[in-house]
Design a binder for this molecule. Structure first.
Ligand code: KIV
Length: 287
């Protein structure tokens, strides 16, 4: 069964919502098979897939390339495309065109935008154009230069109140869910308890309506030396097992242990005589 926006909304108060990033076809297949509710094609792809330092340099075209790969997997999970930096900051008309591409060309089910009050007009326009919008508050990585780095947000009462006001505003504007990133547990809990739409937390404690992680963090697609953020739990060591497989492959081909007969093709036994003739012909040609 394909998960829809109303389905996700109905989960609030019934069970925890699961969300995971994916940026390609095989990962989307796996995430869907694990019955994760939402796939986020996050702009975190800038860092974990493309190797940039932050999310600011990924473009709509680059994101679209990955959104298409994910939706080609026909996942049962709801697919949310992250609107990258500058794709919804310049004017409403550009924002609509960019979001529309994720829906029309990328076949995403919804888009995500970062920010509160400042984004009200754009979010309104997207929803008017029948595009479901997921909000994103707290530590919004696209604002890292204004925030002075990746800092936990809402740590004073005034800032917590502002976060709550923004969350209410996003709900009133029509967002179907809100990501709360990098905020104290108690702040995320208070917001979650007082909204009717679900909150999805990352680095926001356990009282949000759902949880999200970046898949490369979860499966450990990073060397052990990489220092994970406090909120990350590694459920695998995929980087190590990939290196191990590559080292074994290199050893096998150097020792002629691969490809073995098991991994090679024979010609039919009926052409063995013609094959001998052919080998003779080759010798003649070369002599
Ligand atoms: O881009 C992303 O992966 C995200 C999640 C961390 C919520 O925005």
């Amino acid at each position: 069964m394909k998960k829809t926006v109303p389905y996700i909304n109905n989960l609030k108060g019934n069970r925890v919502i699961s969300m995971m990033t994916a940026y390609d076809y095989p990962t989307a297949k796996a995430v869907s098979e694990a019955e994760i509710d939402i796939i986020l094609v996050g702009d975190s792809l800038a860092q974990v897939v493309l190797g940039h330092d932050d999310t600011l340099s990924v473009t709509v075209d680059e994101m679209l390339h990955h959104v298409k790969a994910v939706t080609n997997a026909n996942p049962s999970s709801l697919v949310v495309a992250d609107m990258p930096y500058l794709s919804y900051h310049i004017n409403v008309s550009d924002s609509l065109k960019n979001a529309g591409r994720f829906i029309q060309e990328g076949k995403a089910d919804a888009v995500k935008v970062e920010g509160g009050e400042k984004r009200k007009e754009v979010i309104n326009a997207l929803i008017d154009a029948e595009i479901p919008v997921m909000g994103h508050l707290g530590l919004t990585p696209q604002s890292k230069n204004l925030m002075g780095g990746y800092k936990i947000q809402g740590k004073t009462l005034d800032l917590a109140k502002k976060l709550f006001e923004d969350a209410l505003l996003l709900q009133e504007t029509g967002c179907f869910a809100i990501v709360l990133e990098g905020v104290p547990t108690i702040v995320a809990q208070s917001i979650s308890e007082n909204l009717t739409i679900p909150t999805i937390g990352i680095g926001a404690g356990k009282y949000t309506d759902g949880q999200v992680l970046v898949i490369h963090d979860l499966i450990g697609m990073k060397s052990k030396e990489y220092i994970d953020a406090k909120f990350v739990k590694r459920y695998g060591e995929q980087y190590d097992s990939t290196v191990k497989a590559l080292v074994e492959y290199k050893k096998d081909i150097e020792n002629s242990d691969f490809p073995s007969e098991e991994h090679s093709y024979d010609m039919g036994s009926d052409i063995q005589d013609s094959l001998k003739e052919w080998k003779k012909e080759i010798k003649k040609i070369l002599s």
